[in-house]
Design a binder for this molecule. Structure first.
Ligand code: CMC
Length: 392
């Protein structure tokens, strides 16, 4: 077995077979369990899409009611877990707070430790779907020094999350249906994307038979990086930089092309899509609609559109088939909704959760699964004799 193939970044290596999500990167096609993303975006909702991803079929009315009422009943965090947030600095980034709290769920629910105990995997699935929005809202509340709100289980998942984020304990909070629908749509569009960096991480960690919470916590950390989920925040920083440098889009694109100081056009390019990302198409349209409905005029949206236009007319981007990806326009919507930039990648995590769960479950139930253990090409020194301190 001396023959090992080197494939940095797994550009051409499949690590599993999967029935969950289909992507045709050249044609710009994305389907969950066979259903085109455009139809799900228009007709479905996040809870239904989560069920579809995790269980493989669209739920019947009764299955959907059961699934969502179970989720509603598990939204509370253990009071001791609430105190956990006090241990972080107030200006902590919410992503490591999120991953730490998810990791800590293993300590509160020790019944989750056996990955082959199906009823408990189902329970962990519900607990994660229910509690991640609460954890995310508390990470935010902690960062702004505001009191935590208990979940209101008469509300849907997205409405509840918005209320826990932007509401106050003593005041009624009217969830804006336009915001709720837009966030639900963004969650649908983020819900799965086959073997991306964070999903592969969830599978790799899970392949050691680590439980669902531990595996998803690792996935959240993988998502944090700016080349993956962190790109949505990096796009906003980039747009703000361009604005403060006089909104000279052409000059910025020149820098990217000359690869000056590692400047990349964030929110552009994708390992699999060599065409317009079908999610970005929907999101771009949504950004226009939401900003208009909220009566927000954001100069940064104008800069983003100019950037896209300039890049798509430029040989550098055309030759490399670089198009806007899911992260290019999302930040502008989140910002119009009132989320600070730091929260953007947390919102990505909330959307991606059902995909991670679906992949972990598929992995654990697949008889072909083996512990993930890539090989390497050793290029270090050959054997040599130890040198005493005096001789170095
Ligand atoms: N700006 C400028 N040049 C780029 C970009 C970009 N955003 N993306 C790729 N390139 C160039 C790259 O320099 C290379 O050119 P050359 O052959 O001259 O060296 C060529 O295009 C191929 O790039 P690559 O780095 O080999 O592609 P990859 O598949 O390894 O990387 C990527 C994919 C998404 C990491 C990359 O396109 C990137 O860094 N984009 C910016 C960050 C970003 O938006 N990430 C979000 C990805 S989508 C959702 C998600 O996963 O969160």
């Amino acid at each position: 077995t001396g023959l090992v193939t080197l494939d940095p970044g797994f550009v051409n290596t499949a690590s599993c077979s999967s029935e969950i999500t289909y992507i045709d990167g050249d044609a710009g096609i994305l389907r969950y369990r066979g259903y085109p993303i455009e139809q799900l975006a228009e007709k479905s909702n996040f809870i239904e899409v989560s069920y579809l991803l995790i269980y493989g079929e669209l739920p019947t009315r009764q299955q959907l009611e059961e699934f969502s009422s179970k989720i509603s009943r598990h939204t509370l965090l253990h009071e001791d877990l609430k105190r956990f947030f006090d241990g972080f600095p107030r200006d902590a980034h919410p992503m490591p707070v999120l991953s730490s709290a998810v990791s800590a769920l293993s300590t509160f629910y020790q019944d989750s430790l056996n990955p082959f105990d199906e009823p408990n995997v189902d329970l962990s699935t519900i607990r994660l779907m229910a509690k991640l929005p609460t954890i995310a809202a508390y990470a935010y509340k902690k960062s702004v020094g505001q009191p935590f709100l208990y979940p209101d289980n008469s509300l849907g998942l997205v409405e509840n999350y918005l209320r826990m984020t932007f509401g106050f304990p003593a005041e009624p909070y009217d969830v804006d249906p336009v915001l709720a629908r837009a966030l639900d749509l963004l969650f649908i569009l983020h819900a799965d994307h086959e073997q991306n960096c964070s999903t592969s991480t969830v599978r790799l960690v899970g392949s050691s038979e680590a439980n669902l919470f531990a595996s998803i916590s690792a996935g959240i950390n993988a998502l944090f990086g700016p080349l993956h989920g962190g790109a949505n925040a990096a796009v906003l920083d980039m747009l703000e930089d361009i604005r403060s440098n006089g909104s000279d889009v052409a000059e910025f694109v020149r820098k990217v092309k000359n690869k000056e100081a590692g400047v990349r056009l964030m929110g552009f390019g994708h390992r699999v899509y060599k065409n317009y990302d079908p999610r970005a198409k929907i999101i771009k349209k949504t950004a226009d609609e939401i900003l208009a409905k909220l009566g927000v005029h954001d100069e940064l949206l104008d800069i983003a559109k100019q950037l896209e236009e300039t890049a798509l007319a430029d040989d550098y981007f055309v030759e490399r088939k670089l198009y806007p990806n899911v992260d290019f326009y999302t930040g502008l919507i989140y910002r119009a909704m009132g989320f600070p930039t730091k929260m953007f990648t947390v919102l990505f995590a909330l959307g991606r959760l059902p995909g991670w769960i679906a992949h972990w479950r598929e992995m654990i139930n697949d008889p072909a699964t083996k512990i993930g253990r890539p090989r390497q090409l050793y290029i270090g020194r050959t054997a040599r004799d130890y040198v005493d301190m005096a001789g170095r």
